[in-house]
Design a protein around this ligand. Structure first.
Ligand code: CO
Length: 499
């Protein structure tokens, strides 16, 4: 791996080619199960546990291309680290939709993000069947391995075999088809449970007035608290943040016009329109309602679109929340190809800090990082707490919107940045921070990422020392195949192998 200082592109030169980037959006149809034997350098023996990742594994159904990668069937990749070795396994989530389409050999469902059934208007009009594609995140919690997709119930898998076990309803807390968000938040020490860890998640039931449901799960994956709150207007909310006392949601300024969806000419996701002239609303909800403190508060800030938050924490009456902001919501137009995106024409997603004053209702914001970045990760024990380090996927060059090719570490205290880049032919996604056992320092651990390598159309699992990304990769594990660009994943210190 070349070091970054040798690779800074000139102003006229791009750090990538579109053709290379497109290779990461080919389907992976095969399922594998093997020990990784092509390894550069060494896997740290102390790195022990399992990285689960989810993302669209199929970008076509038997040659019929889907319209947007968010519509692709969920495929779980599992990398198990044990005794200095690593094992790879991938399996598609056997959702009802996956099984039906694989059997039929064609697209049977309209996708939320623009995939249409063949057959034109007549095949799509008044068809509201939604395909739960279980493709957005995967988390191991309370002995359950759950593939998450925010608009419907999770799918449960066997962590040893990755076999799909069925839909998860948490002892009938969820009803059939009820949403369960793809971005659960980890509270390492819940004040309501005498400091026990808990998992906090939400679901959106959109409409002219939106219901935000909240679930808190104990470490046995039992739902111990469930709340519902009403907010006015349509909500497109993908992620949220928590502090020990609050949930924080950003209500992006969008409207939903259902008519083209009902008539089959647009997918649901294509009927969402960004309103740049309207403010973003910040919804702050107390976690444990008590008397007059139980009211939800709505504050306003400048228009923008947020998919992902990094973290939030409270100091007195002020809440700080760090979020990845876009100028607007970009959509893939009908009849266009998402693979032909002009990255440079869009403005980059950037990291901002919002200062929310609950006393006077004022919101201030300041830019933390102007480089194009996405997919944040932090030390899990700092969820909802003050913290120092953020890890992100980032563009190689600082001054232009581009695909993610690098991993960026930000030290919020000193302002120092470290960047490891896989450019020109490597493409990154979400890094996951894994603390070293018995570590004291917040950044003492490893950063794990799957990197697509266009030189050989395969992917690598890259391990970095999170204390110093400038050292370069401390191990690089070459897979026998590529993994299509994924979305989210999680690490557990438990080790899972197929046999
Ligand atoms: Co997400």
């Amino acid at each position: 791996m070349q070091r970054l200082e040798n690779q800074q592109p000139t102003l006229l030169e791009k750090s990538y080619t579109l053709e290379d980037w497109q290779g990461g959006y080919e389907s992976l149809k095969e399922e594998f199960d093997y020990w990784i034997d092509d390894i550069e350098e060494e896997i740290p023996p102390q790195l022990r546990g399992t990285l689960f990742r989810n993302g669209p594994g199929l970008l076509d159904i038997n040659g019929q291309r889907i319209h947007h990668p968010f519509d692709g069937d969920g495929m779980i990749s599992r990398i198990t680290f044990i005794n200095g070795r690593a094992h790879f396994c991938n399996r598609f989530v056997r959702t009802d939709g996956y099984l039906a389409e694989q059997k039929a050999g064609k697209i049977l469902y309209r996708g939320v993000f623009g995939t249409r059934k063949p057959g034109g208007l007549l095949a799509n009009i008044f068809d509201f069947k939604i395909k739960n594609i279980a493709n957005t995140n995967v988390i191991y919690w309370g002995d359950k391995l759950l593939a998450l997709w925010e608009a419907a119930e999770p799918y449960s898998l066997d962590p040893f075999t990755l076999e799909t076990l069925g839909k998860e309803y948490f002892d009938e807390v969820l009803s059939k088809g009820e949403g369960f968000g793809a971005h659960p938040r980890f509270d390492p020490s819940c004040i309501q449970d005498n400091g026990a860890p808990c998992l906090v998640n939400f679901a959106i039931k959109p409409g002219p007035s939106t219901t935000i449901k909240i679930f808190e799960l104990n470490s046995a994956a039992k739902v111990i608290r469930k709340y519902a709150h009403q907010v006015s207007g349509f909500c497109f909310i993908h992620d949220f943040a928590i502090t020990p006392h609050h949930y924080i949601f950003f209500q992006n300024p969008v409207v939903f016009n259902p008519i083209p969806f009902v008539f089959g000419v647009r997918a649901a996701g294509e009927c969402i329109k960004f309103k740049p002239d309207q403010n973003t609303k910040i919804i702050v909800i107390p976690r444990f309602p008590r008397g007059e403190d139980s009211e939800l508060k709505i504050l306003e800030t400048q228009s923008g679109f947020v998919f992902h938050h990094v973290n939030a924490f409270a100091v007195g009456d002020e809440i700080f929340i760090d979020s990845i902001c876009y100028d607007s919501l970009s959509t893939v137009k009908p009849k266009s190809d998402f693979r032909q995106v002009d990255f440079a024409a869009a403005s980059p997603s950037q990291l901002w800090r919002f200062h929310i004053n609950l006393q006077d209702g004022q919101v201030k914001r300041n830019l933390i990082e102007g480089r194009c970045c996405e997919f944040p990760s932090i030390h899990p024990d700092h969820g909802g707490r003050d913290y120092r380090y953020i890890y992100l996927g980032a563009s190689h060059a600082a001054d232009v919107n581009a695909p993610l090719q690098a991993l960026l570490k930000i030290d919020l205290k000193s302002g120092e940045r470290q960047l490891w880049s896989a450019a020109p032919r490597g493409f990154t996604g979400e890094p996951i921070f894994v603390p070293r056992p018995d570590a004291q320092a917040e950044d003492d651990g490893w950063l794990l990422a799957v990197v697509y390598d266009a030189t050989c159309h395969r992917s690598d699992v890259v391990i970095l020392d999170a204390r110093d990304l400038n050292k370069g990769a401390i191990a690089r594990l070459h897979l026998k195949h590529h993994i299509p660009y994924g979305l989210h994943g999680n690490f557990t210190p438990k080790t899972f192998l197929s046999n």
